[in-house]
Write a protein that binds this ligand. Structure first.
Ligand SMILES: [Zn+2]
Ligand SMILES: [Zn+2]
Length: 132
C-alpha cells in the first residue's frame, strides 16, 4: 500500500496497488502547477483517508481538456485526483514514499525549458505520446 498526502497534511489518501504507469510531462501547464511527474492510478485503487473537501479543481480552458487539482490550504498539486474516469493521473509529488517504477516516458519535450536536462533513457515524445 502506498500513502499519499499534501504538504500541510489536510489531504490524505492511499493507493491500494502500485500505479500502472509513470511519466513526466514538460508542458508549461504541468510545470507551473508543479506536477510534472504523474502516476496513473485506477479509480478503485484510490482510497481516501481524509480531506477530499480540501481539494480544489483548476478548470481547463480550451484547447485543454484536463483540470488540475490542488490542496486549497497548502497548494500541493494532486493531478486529476477527483476524476471520475476508471484510470487517471495523479501528481507523483503527492506520494509519501518511493515506487518500484522508474520514469517511463517524457511528453511535451518540445515545451521543455532549457534549464531542465533529461538524464534518463525513458522514451521521449514532442507532444502527447502516440497511442498504439
Ligand atoms: Zn494541504
Ligand atoms: Zn503537461
Amino acid at each position: 500500500m502506498i500513502g499519499g498526502s499534501c504538504c500541510c497534511g489536510a489531504v490524505k489518501f492511499q493507493l491500494l496497488a502500485e500505479p500502472s504507469m509513470i511519466g513526466t510531462c514538460h508542458c508549461s501547464r504541468c510545470r507551473k502547477v508543479g506536477a510534472s511527474t504523474i502516476v496513473f492510478v485506477k479509480k478503485d485503487d484510490l482510497k481516501w483517508i481524509q480531506g477530499q473537501d480540501y481539494v480544489r479543481l483548476f478548470e481547463p480552458t480550451s484547447p485543454y481538456k484536463y483540470g488540475r487539482c490542488f490542496c486549497k490550504n497548502c497548494g500541493t498539486s494532486l493531478g486529476e485526483i477527483l476524476s471520475e474516469a476508471d484510470s487517471f493521473p495523479i501528481a507523483a509529488n503527492a506520494l509519501d514514499g518511493g515506487l518500484d517504477l522508474k520514469n517511463q516516458f517524457h511528453e511535451f519535450v518540445a515545451e521543455k525549458p532549457s534549464w531542465y536536462e533529461i538524464c534518463d533513457n525513458a522514451k521521449q515524445f514532442d507532444g502527447h505520446p502516440v497511442s498504439s
